[in-house]
Design a binder for this molecule. Structure first.
Ligand SMILES: Nc1nc2c(c(=O)[nH]1)N[C@H]1C(S)=C(S)[C@@H](COP(=O)(O)OP(=O)(O)OC[C@H]3O[C@@H](n4cnc5c(=O)[nH]c(N)nc54)[C@H](O)[C@@H]3O)O[C@H]1N2
Ligand SMILES: Nc1nc2c(c(=O)[nH]1)N[C@H]1C(S)=C(S)[C@@H](COP(=O)(O)OP(=O)(O)OC[C@H]3O[C@@H](n4cnc5c(=O)[nH]c(N)nc54)[C@H](O)[C@@H]3O)O[C@H]1N2
Ligand SMILES: [Mo]
Length: 767
């Protein structure tokens, strides 16, 4: 063990094992820009935050207080119990809830990134298990792309197809002249891809484009969202106003006769309706650069000059996911497509639109969109589902009606939550509200590797192995390598694979044969790999036999002969290669969306003036540079990035001065929903009126269980709003948040997020 590569979502590494412990993860030698996040793993996997044995919440363990103690979730003690006792308890609860309320009372959405290996993918395993058990309430879409995933199929194609077919960096380097990026191309984010980022592409790609003389426009409140290129203009836009900016670009194009009406007529539908809206024919308000200036905070002449430049050069317009993780988040994506269509460059090499270059490593790799092994999920007979970010609404409002993508739905009545491989107390908005919602169900079961807030709000916590403790295959669509992930060390303490845990439950619940089909993990790996060989073939890829792959340790996915250009075939012949939209074309007016009758998402892209807020600063909560979401926040790299143990928050000196805040000061960030402590980092590289903090500091309430209390550590989700982007998508709208900030002069409470809950003994060696 230990001399083979392994895969994480942020890169491939060679684990170095000494005396049975993983002491280092060395980056893969072929990777020109490896991620330092690997450094956080060795100290964490056998460190004090690890869940070492099954544990049950003290109030839950006692049948007399089991129900009444639900409100203690988040502050109760835990009792470690033997595996059999924990499994019997979990199986008993599953059986009880199913017989009393049916499978529709079990929520198994279990959103989250888990680990990179594709067989031991906790969420996939849980879904398969719950299907074998008779079904569960699922969740749809993602926190990443809540608005985008629902919108895009109506107007171009589904998000997965689009992401896999993005024009390659190679083609961009050759043909692109002007790269307009909304939300930048942040190097920090391109460290990752779900399932693996085996070769990091963005730093090299930016250097090549830069050397070819490409001019970049960074439309973002944050200057550092675009680094490493020679020619860059920063347009420090007000967050949430990009739709106004794009409408003004469209105004210039229409008004000055720069719109490609031939392309609009042949490849789009509804463009005259959009034109009338842009020119103000219906509402009397032309969406001019001057109109946009007051909304975006940008100069009208900058917007107009950029529009003309875009029309005169081969232009790619790219929009980061973050823009749609917002109130009315559908609109910036729709307008991005619209502007690219007006320029008539969709389907041209180096032109058109991108949605998320720089958000994930593999976007633009140009590799075949093949991804390796996939665990079959079985069939879910339960029809009820929720849009993923409506989880607290579901728990707090059972039976209540809501809208989603043209459907009138009702929230199910959930009695049991089962979660494996995600951290809702990281990813969800308005965490105090979530904590209240978490008091509702009768039973919460969680598999975790670490004592995260997700584990600390569960009744039954089952310890899961990490990727270093099991054999698996790492694989991601459009990635360079398939990786044979071989266990480097045996399981830590009593941790078990998610598959082993669920198999043991299935045995107790009489669905073992359906779930396991009589196979052990090794047999499954071989079977799933073999099943993926046929899919590989359809992409023209000849995968070797399993044994040869396993022995070699990796397989390189070849670059396709034909360079990838997004929507190339559609451009060439829209009749022969129509889009999967109702019209077969790009829909700048969607009759289907219009037919839903939503005032918050009409039939064409539109601007909504944001509601006024009582708080003066716009809070952006972006993806962290030093970890994956909340994963390995307890690790060395993430801990080293903190100031006085708190998460850094970037703030403009002009906003800091009147508040008496100096660089490095601890600040209290607050609004009507809650408050958290952070460490101020002053920078002129952020637009005035905007502050930014990374997500992922482990939730650390000063007084657990108090309504609207103080998070000591810097978790922005205590102040974000738990609202849907619109009735169309109900997507996560975390970026639309306003706050006030004051200097914290009180005594500084220690961070305790990394201390396991009461009752759990810390390993003596680490005390
Ligand atoms: N305010 C704000 N909130 C956001 C965002 C934002 O921009 N702003 N971004 C959102 C986005 S885009 C996303 S994708 C989400 C991410 O939210 P999540 O995906 O839920 O976050 P992670 O921290 O990756 O959580 C994964 C958890 O799974 C555990 N885990 C890892 N491997 C395994 C395994 O093999 N087995 C088991 N049982 N557990 C495992 C880890 O320990 C970790 O606790 O956050 C969202 N939340
Ligand atoms: N290292 C690391 N990389 C990651 C992740 C991680 O946890 N760690 N998470 C991954 C995941 S799950 C996802 S979904 C992607 C997400 O990718 P994104 O959602 O794009 O990531 P963010 O960091 O939230 O946002 C990118 C930048 O957009 C800018 N921005 C925010 N709001 C606005 C706005 O209204 N207008 C404009 N013009 N700009 C704005 C911010 O300055 C921010 O730095 O990242 C992935 N990459
Ligand atoms: Mo995401």
């Amino acid at each position: 063990m230990g001399s083979h590569f392994t895969a994480t979502h942020w890169g491939v590494y060679l684990p170095r094992v000494e005396d049975g412990r993983v002491v280092a993860l060395a980056p893969a030698p072929w990777d020109a820009s490896p991620s330092p996040i690997g450094d956080s793993v060795p100290g964490a996997i056998d460190g004090p935050t690890r869940v070492r044995r099954p544990a049950v919440r003290a109030g839950f363990l006692d049948p007399r207080t089991r129900r009444a103690s639900a409100a203690l979730r988040g502050r109760d003690a835990y009792v470690e119990v033997p595996w059999d006792e924990a499994l019997d308890l979990a199986a008993g609860e599953l059986a009880r809830v199913r017989s009393a309320h049916g499978n529709g009372a079990i929520f198994g959405g279990s959103y989250g990134w888990s680990s990179a290996g594709r067989f031991h993918h906790a969420q996939g395993q849980l879904h398969r298990f719950l299907n074998a058990f008779g079904g569960y309430v699922a969740s749809r879409d993602s926190y990443s792309l809540g608005a985008g995933r629902v919108l895009m199929p109506h107007i171009v194609a589904d998000m997965d197809t689009l992401l896999r077919e993005h024009t390659s960096w190679d083609v961009l380097a050759e043909h692109c002249e002007l790269f307009v990026c909304l939300g930048g191309l942040p190097l920090k984010n391109a460290q990752v891809s779900p399932g693996g980022a085996s070769d990091h592409l963005l730093p090299t790609a930016l250097r090549r484009l830069s050397e070819r003389g490409v001019r970049f426009i960074n439309v973002s409140p944050v200057r550092d969202d675009l680094q490493g290129v020679a020619q860059v203009q920063w347009l420090p836009i007000r967050p949430g106003s990009d739709t106004a900016f794009l409408l003004a670009i469209a105004h210039v194009l229409f008004h000055e006769g720069l719109a490609d009406e031939t392309f609009l007529a042949s490849h789009t539908t509804g463009w005259t309706t959009l034109r009338d809206y842009v020119l103000g024919h219906g509402d009397g308000q032309p969406k001019t650069p001057a109109w946009a200036a007051s909304r975006t905070g940008l100069a009208a002449h900058d917007i107009a000059a950029l529009a003309r430049e875009m029309a005169s050069r081969r232009t790619l317009i790219n929009t980061a996911y973050s823009l749609q993780r917002a109130w009315r988040g559908e609109q910036p994506f729709w307008m991005t497509v619209a502007v690219a269509a007006l320029l008539g460059q969709v389907g041209l090499p180096g032109g058109g639109f991108g949605l998320g270059y720089g958000c994930m490593n593999n976007t633009g790799s140009g590799r075949a969109p093949f991804s390796g092994p996939r665990l079959p999920q079985g069939h879910n007979p339960v029809q009820d589902f929720i849009p993923v970010a409506r989880v607290a609404d579901m728990l707090l409002r059972p039976g209540q009606a809501y809208d989603y993508n043209g459907q009138a739905l009702r929230y199910p009545d959930i009695r049991l939550i089962y979660w494996a491989g995600g951290n809702a107390f990281h990813h969800h908005q308005d965490l105090y509200r979530l904590a209240r919602a978490w008091h509702r169900p009768e039973t919460i079961i969680v598999h975790e590797q670490y004592w995260t807030a997700q584990a600390r709000h569960a009744d039954i916590v089952l310890p899961a192995t990490t990727f270093l403790e099991r054999d698996d295959i790492g694989s991601s669509a459009s990635d360079r390598y398939l990786i044979a992930m071989k266990a480097a060390i045996p399981p830590i303490a009593e941790a078990r694979d998610d598959y082993a845990i669920l198999s043991a439950l299935a045995r107790r619940l009489d669905c073992e044969e359906v779930y396991t089909e009589g196979r052990d993990a090794g047999t499954w790996l071989r079977l799933l790999y073999d099943a993926s060989r046929a899919r590989a073939q359809s992409h023209g890829i000849a995968l070797p036999a399993f044994d040869a792959f396993w022995q070699a340790g990796r397989f390189e996915v070849p670059l396709p002969a034909r360079p990838m250009v997004l929507l190339e075939d559609f451009r060439r012949d829209p009749a022969a290669s129509p889009l999967p939209t109702p019209s077969g074309r790009i829909e700048l007016y969607s009759m289907r969306i219009a037919s839903f009758g939503y005032d918050d998402c009409p039939g064409h892209p539109a601007w909504f003036d944001p509601p006024g807020t009582p708080y003066p600063l716009h809070l952006l909560s972006n993806q962290p540079a030093t970890r994956l979401h909340s994963q390995y926040d307890q690790g060395a790299l993430s801990r080293a990035s903190k100031i006085q143990e708190r998460e850094p928050l970037t703030m403009n000196p002009e906003d800091a001065r009147p508040r008496g805040i100096a660089d490095g000061d601890i600040v209290r960030v607050h609004n009507g929903q809650g408050a958290f402590l952070a460490a101020a980092r002053l920078s002129a590289g952020i637009r005035q009126g905007v502050v930014q903090i990374a997500t992922g500091a482990w939730y650390d309430p000063l007084t657990p269980g108090t309504a609207r209390g103080l998070d000591k550590h810097g978790n922005p989700n205590v102040v974000t709003q738990d609202i849907g982007a619109s009735r169309l998508s109900q997507g996560c709208a975390a970026q639309s948040t306003s706050v006030e900030i004051t200097r914290w002069d009180g005594p500084l409470p220690p961070v305790t997020a990394f201390v396991p809950p009461a009752g759990i003994a810390m390993p003596p060696s680490r005390r």
